[in-house]
Design a protein around this ligand. Structure first.
Ligand code: PHE
Length: 339
């Protein structure tokens, strides 16, 4: 019996005819009333108890395989014969998995929405930037060590071109084109020549914001950031600003939100301080305004910038940034959002 099952399996697996008559002959041979498989079932019924246990499943599998094969071949021959207008539209549709949004997009859209509600528009710019928009206009003079803060991918063909290291370059372009008041946020992909690890990647996304008008003050910046933090992290959220340095803002700061130690599932999140670093910000340096054709004696402005992956990791407790770039469906399907 074992040998017969093996032989039949082999024959069924290799049979590959689409001709209707041949498929029918094949069906009769294996599954017809006097066919090989019913004959095997007759043999099976004569077996003793423990042998029955041994062959029951293989035999059933064999029968199912034969029926499935015949169905598939019949389907294929019908499909090739039928004209499109003979399609059976009453057949139930195949169920398809609905797509889901990527967690980076969910978070980015949410950040953008929060700022749109207070009058910021969205601006975009090129990912391959020239030196002026990515560095020089932003107060990174040539050879200035601050350029090392953001290791850069240069374009081999043209040393003036690089993959943008931040979307501040888009803000330069906006200031060059528009007169104040300017209230804009620039979401987009940025690139840094960094070793890939659980915490950093050479590609990530930023949302940067810029507000330029008469009498814009640090108090406006702080209140705008508090509004953002409470919309995004919850109405009770506390923030703090720590002094920092960026070439294009003066003074500069970094904003932390209070996460609390009881939420610290991973020590690396707040390193035991309870405070989570969220973004960099500051008052636009007057010489940056002048570089972009905006009179710094009349106008002032604030700017801020945040990394979307980092915030997504905090929100969803994702321990390794690389999950965000692998497009593993099992990972992605955990994220559902209307946004
Ligand atoms: N461009 C900065 C960065 O990429 C972030 C930033 C934007 C800081 C605006 C201050 C003001 O890190």
């Amino acid at each position: 019996m074992e040998d017969k099952i093996k032989d039949y399996l082999k024959e069924i697996n290799t049979f590959n005819e689409f001709d209707e008559k041949k498929v029918e002959a094949f069906r009769i041979k294996f599954l017809g009333r006097k066919g090989l498989i019913p004959a095997l079932f007759d043999e099976f019924r004569q077996l003793e108890g423990d042998k029955k246990r041994l062959f029951g499943k293989p035999l059933n599998d064999l029968k199912q395989l034969a029926s499935a094969k015949i169905e598939a071949l019949k389907g294929a021959s019908h499909a090739s014969q039928k004209e499109t207008n003979n399609l059976d539209l009453t057949r139930p549709a195949y169920s398809e998995l609905p797509g889901t949004r990527h967690p980076v997009n969910i978070v980015k859209n949410e950040i953008v929405n929060i700022f749109e509600r207070i009058g910021f528009n969205v601006s975009e710019g090129p990912e391959v930037e020239d030196d002026w928009h990515n560095f020089t206009a932003l107060n990174f003079p040539e050879e200035h060590p601050a350029r090392d803060m953001q290791d850069t991918f240069f374009v081999a063909r043209n040393p003036d071109w690089a993959l943008r290291t931040h979307t501040s370059s888009v803000q330069v372009r906006t200031m060059e084109k528009q007169k104040p008041p300017i209230r804009t946020i620039s979401p987009g992909r940025v690139f840094r020549n960094e070793a890939i690890s659980a915490r950093s990647h050479c590609i990530f996304h930023q949302v940067e914001g810029l507000y330029v008008d008469k009498d814009v003050s640090f108090a406006d910046l702080k209140q705008t950031l508090l509004y953002f933090a409470q919309e995004f992290f919850g109405p009770e959220t506390k923030i703090r600003l720590r002094p920092s340095y960026f070439p294009f803002t003066e003074p500069s700061a970094e904003m932390d939100v209070y996460w609390g130690l009881e939420n610290e599932v991973d020590y690396r999140m707040t390193k035991g301080t309870g405070w989570l670093e969220v973004l960099g910000c500051g008052m636009v340096d007057p010489s940056v305004l002048d570089n972009c054709g905006i009179d710094s004696k009349v106008y002032t402005g604030f700017a801020f910038g945040m990394g979307v992956e980092r915030i997504a990791m905090q929100r969803y407790q994702i321990s390794d940034i690389r999950y965000l770039f692998e497009n593993d469906q099992k990972f992605l399907q955990q994220f559902q959002s209307a946004l």
